[in-house]
Ligand binder design. Structure first.
Ligand SMILES: [Zn+2]
Length: 681
């Protein structure tokens, strides 16, 4: 069935920080390419996004900065909206979940689900801060991780070892509001019993069947998306709380102090924002959300897969009025200069900063991000690779080709397009048409890297033609053939002006302006006779300025400097007297032997030499060092820590180590040769 209309959404970005290039490559650029292509083909499309403005992470951030949640979301909503627009991500609607429209929409969805008996209520014990007089969201509780003993684990997750936690698992929980230990109190919430839906969800994901009918072709879904969903379903779906005790969010109708779970309210934002857009357009929003001939496509990053493929579809189907997504082409992650992109560690290229540092060079970044888009597996952005792709591909292939054609046409023919009546270059026309068609086919399969590559192929074809025929050499003897070659090249540039629109929209505009031509729509291009004979070309600006080594170095340094300035060292402990310090007996010791402690991951048993004495010490460094790497080293050692028994071995003293941000341990060795047993003062 050919869809009558398209509803395309990009993940609602969370309004507690700016947008970085990893977000763009994941959920926004692919959607924008897809939508621009559909619009170039005169499809009925709504491209919907907006800020996700609820949840405990917003209130926590507000508290940290001494601001109100409203101030936080207002600031980031404006910052993100402007960055998207400046980068050419052209949403039809970029609205917000803290709006009155959205509160009304999500309350009405919740109330209908409640009336239909979709939820069940459960009373559980949750942590309550008696001083602040409120229940604590998971993020408001910190404590010691039961898995790795990190003292900075959150109630929902330990960032050090990555374990998912629940607040009651934390050892020594502390409220971040009062700094006191919270108490457990009973509270009642509405739960979505997802286990009741696992059969149809499995059929939907695995076979593309909904209500016994074919809904979509599951083979067109990415295998990692299907895989992640099925492993979730196989693991057993469970009831999930859909409300929270919090004062920032969509109020649960008729309940004081309770709000909707942010992952219930946020995706409903797609519906609200469609309605807001449709009303401005004089359209009926229900056509987009309630008609089966609408193709709903969610563009997201892989961290949102289960929410969009399992939880939200359950809500939509249980509600009864809404359609379900035809595809969720989630991307994997993009890394940056050898490390994961991280907002908290400030390891990111922020979109608004890129736009300031490289004004009017949106297409350069769009091009590189689409070239390395993490469609099937994680990918990596580096500034060196950015420079190479811009210089060697955009400037040398596209820019150079267009420039040569314009210079030669103006020089020989005063800018007039010449006749190309012979069939000598038909194979070139054919090749170009095939590349052009490939672009559309690949976009419809959500393969944007290949689609963009096919668009650039048009310039490669032209460059090859120029190199092989060298029209500047034959003009004197054969001006007619020179004109014909330049005609073909001009047609290629016109095809590029159409084909580049989804990927490089700013360049597409420049090409049209330079060609002195208004362009044609995508499906009007059926032959390579686009620009008529006799048409006069305008002036073409330099399309791409090369990226310099200095620009690369500046960006690399900026990245490292931002990360350093963001690093807040652990607070320094209380002062101690010199006498107390002197009580610690620090020595340099020599490692004689090292072996793994059986049945443990982290522990090594070391035999060390302290002067003429030999000692045994257990050390938790097995994940950072192999035993053989330690033998023969001189290391720092606390000699008078009272012996204790670990795994049946008496361990004397302690080997001292530093830890880096990745959690790797590092032994501390003296800079100059130092004899074992010597004191450290
Ligand atoms: Zn942990």
């Amino acid at each position: 069935m050919t869809p009558k209309r398209y509803l395309v959404t990009s993940a609602l970005p969370y309004a507690n920080g700016p947008i970085h290039i990893g977000h763009i490559a994941g959920a926004y650029l692919p959607a924008d390419i897809y939508v621009r292509y559909l619009k170039a083909n005169q499809k009925d499309v709504a491209f919907i996004c907006g800020s996700d403005e609820h949840g405990a992470a917003i209130t926590l951030r507000a508290k940290k900065e001494g601001k109100s949640p409203r101030e936080i979301v207002d600031f980031y909503h404006a910052l993100m909206g402007k960055a998207f627009a400046d980068f050419g991500i052209e949403f039809d609607e970029y609205y917000r979940t803290s709006s009155a429209d959205h509160i009304e929409m999500s309350q009405s969805v919740f109330s209908k689900l409640k009336e239909q008996g979709v939820f069940e209520t459960h009373t559980t014990e949750q942590y309550f801060d008696e001083e602040a007089q409120q229940f604590l969201a998971d993020r408001y509780i910190t404590g010691t991780c039961p898995k790795c003993s990190s003292e900075k684990a959150y109630g929902d997750q330990c960032e050090k070892c990555g374990s998912a936690l629940s607040p009651t698992e934390l050892i020594h929980p502390v409220s971040t509001l009062s700094g006191k230990a919270p108490v457990l109190r009973e509270t009642t919430h509405w739960y979505l019993p997802m286990q009741n839906h696992s059969d149809w969800i499995r059929e939907f994901i695995e076979k593309g069947i909904l209500n016994g009918e074919v809904h979509h072709d599951p083979n067109q879904w990415k295998s990692h998306v299907v895989g992640q969903c099925l492993s979730w379903v196989d693991g057993g779906l469970q009831a999930r709380a859909m409300t929270r005790d919090l004062d920032w969010g969509v109020p649960v109708p008729g309940e004081d102090g309770k709000v909707l779970y942010v992952w219930l309210d946020a995706p409903i934002g797609y519906i609200t924002n469609t309605k807001v857009w449709a009303e401005k357009q004089g359209k009926n929003w229900e056509d987009y959300w309630k008609n089966d001939d609408t193709q709903l496509v969610h563009f997201i990053g892989k961290d949102n897969i289960v929410f969009h493929c399992i939880i939200f579809p359950i809500i939509l189907k249980a509600h009864g009025d809404f359609i379900l997504p035809k595809n969720v082409p989630a991307n994997e992650f993009m890394n940056l200069e050898g490390d994961k992109i991280s907002t908290s560690r400030n390891w990111a290229v922020w979109l608004h900063e890129y736009l300031e540092d490289f004004p009017n060079r949106q297409d350069e970044m769009r091009y590189v991000l689409a070239s390395i888009m993490p469609e099937q597996k994680d990918s990596e952005f580096t500034w060196t690779d950015f420079k190479d792709r811009v210089n060697n591909e955009l400037a040398d292939i596209v820019g150079n080709f267009v420039n040569r054609v314009f210079v030669l046409t103006h020089k020989y023919f005063d800018g007039a397009v010449q006749s190309a009546a012979t069939s000598e270059f038909d194979h070139i026309r054919q090749e170009a048409l095939e590349s052009f068609q490939t672009i559309g086919q690949k976009i419809e399969l959500y393969r944007f890297r290949e689609a963009q590559s096919a668009a650039i192929q048009l310039a490669r074809i032209g460059n090859k033609l120029l190199t092989e025929t060298e029209p500047w050499k034959i003009y004197k003897t054969d001006p007619e053939k020179t004109g014909e070659i330049l005609n073909i090249c001009t047609q290629l540039i016109a095809a590029m002006a159409i084909a580049f629109e989804p990927f490089l929209p700013f360049t597409a505009q420049k090409l049209k302006a330079g060609l002195n031509w208004n362009g044609k729509s995508w499906n009007e291009l059926s032959s390579m006779e686009i620009i008529p004979v006799g048409h006069i070309l305008g002036e073409m600006p330099i399309l791409f300025v090369k990226i310099t080594d200095e620009e690369v170095t500046r960006q690399q340094e900026k990245l490292r400097a931002a990360q350093l300035s963001n690093k807040v060292a652990e607070p320094v402990k209380e002062d101690v007297s010199f006498e107390t310090f002197q009580n610690m007996d620090l020595r340099i010791v020599h490692v004689l032997e090292a072996e793994k402690v059986p049945k443990t991951k982290k522990l090594l048993k070391l035999k060390i030499q302290l002067g003429s004495e030999e000692r045994t010490v257990i050390s938790g460094i097995a994940e950072s060092y192999e035993p053989q790497d330690l033998i023969g080293k001189n290391v720092l050692y606390l000699a008078n820590l009272a012996p204790r028994e670990i795994k049946g071995v008496v361990s004397s003293g302690m080997i001292l180590m530093a830890e880096n941000n990745k959690g790797e341990l590092s032994l501390l060795s003296p800079e100059r040769p130092t004899e074992s047993g010597n004191c450290v003062r």
